[in-house]
Design a protein around this ligand. Structure first.
Ligand code: CP
Ligand code: NVA
Length: 328
């Protein structure tokens, strides 16, 4: 398998075999790290991290993974660079491409990261856009493989806002890997029909299936994985909370949902999550709407079925694999 020089912008650009290779490489690099085997195989290389939205996991994963591989990192936050305000993406790409061996970009429209990749001349990794969050996918599939020992045929249920980066990416990934993807949410929040059609076409070749349903009981019955994400994403207006709470509350992940899925089901979330009142936004929502927990109850989040911190750890191992595969 040779992915050297490739961009990592969305999983639609990769074959099932390439995705599986990245998942397995992540497991291999994770084992190396746990065994204390040094793997500074990209010593002397330099990468740039551009973040136009905030991050804890993605930024830390890129930095730790780069250091483990022997690379140097430059972090650019939007206020500290010329990007967008004084310099176009096209020009920025051509400048950074002269200095760095790889560039991570987190921001708004997918078109921006695609443009960056078009002109950089070095691998560009998508650290999250409005449409896709591909590095998260490798970590999520690694986590499922670790917990359930398989991916093919897994019933994967996504609840909440399924038309944004997480819902889109998970539907594509499940289609590519022969999984049974269910978007269980209100109709308004189903993924865009064009992407659904694309995924159904992929599914017809991999043995996957794509189901969209508003019925929680049917949708979550015997699920292997229940997944959710925040109902209002970064960059969306604060006013969106009211309609999201009204429309998505029936799709909150709670004990009833987990019981309906069954005791072997696992709960996943890309994080960060509003499952208690220990965040500023969580408290604001409480003051306005009286809710103490939002997309998932604290009970489920803290339960033994929840694998969210293994999933978060796997971000680092999988981002390392993505950088290694595209740079080595
Ligand atoms: N899951 C995820 O991307 O987390 P951050 O926003 O903290 O990077
Ligand atoms: N949908 C979320 C994902 C965060 C990792 C957002 O875009 O804010």
């Amino acid at each position: 398998m040779n992915l050297k020089g490739r961009n990592f912008l969305k999983l639609l650009d990769f074959t099932s075999e390439e995705i599986t290779y990245l998942i397995d490489l992540s497991a291999e690099l994770k084992q190396k790290k746990k065994q204390g085997i040094f793997h500074e195989e990209l010593k002397g290389k330099n990468i740039a991290l551009i973040f136009e939205k905030t991050s804890t996991r993605t930024r830390c994963s890129f930095e730790v993974a780069a250091h483990d591989l022997g690379m140097h990192v430059t972090y650019l936050d939007p206020s500290g660079s010329q990007i967008g305000k004084k310099e176009s993406i096209k020009d920025t790409a051509r400048v950074l491409g002269r200095m760095f061996d790889g560039i991570e970009y987190r921001g708004f429209g997918q078109g921006i990261v695609e443009e960056l990749a078009k002109y950089a001349g070095v691998p560009v990794w998508n650290g999250l856009t409005n449409e896709f969050h591909p590095t998260q996918m490798i970590a999520d599939m690694l986590t499922i493989k670790e917990k359930l020992r398989r991916l093919q045929g897994v019933k994967f249920v996504y609840m909440g806002d399924a038309r944004y980066n997480m819902g889109n990416s998970l539907m594509v990934t499940c289609a590519k890997l022969g999984m049974d993807f269910v978007a269980c949410t209100s109709k308004t929040y189903f993924p865009e029909q064009k992407l659904v059609d694309t995924c159904r076409k992929i599914a017809s070749e991999t043995g996957a299936s794509i189901t969209l349903t508003e019925n929680v009981e049917e949708g979550t019955k015997n699920a292997d994985v229940i997944y959710t994400d925040v109902w209002v994403s970064m960059g969306e207006p604060e006013e969106a909370w009211e309609e999201r709470i009204r429309e998505l509350m029936p799709y909150q992940v709670n004990k009833k949902v987990m019981d309906n899925a069954g005791e072997t089901a696992i709960f996943m979330h890309c994080l960060p999550s509003f499952h208690n009142l220990e965040t500023a936004i969580g408290r604001q929502v409480y003051e306005k709407f009286g809710l103490t927990q939002i997309e998932v109850t604290d009970e489920v989040f803290e339960s033994s079925q929840s694998v969210v911190f293994d999933e978060a750890e796997n971000r680092m191992h999988s981002i390392k694999a993505i950088m290694y595969a595209t740079l080595k």
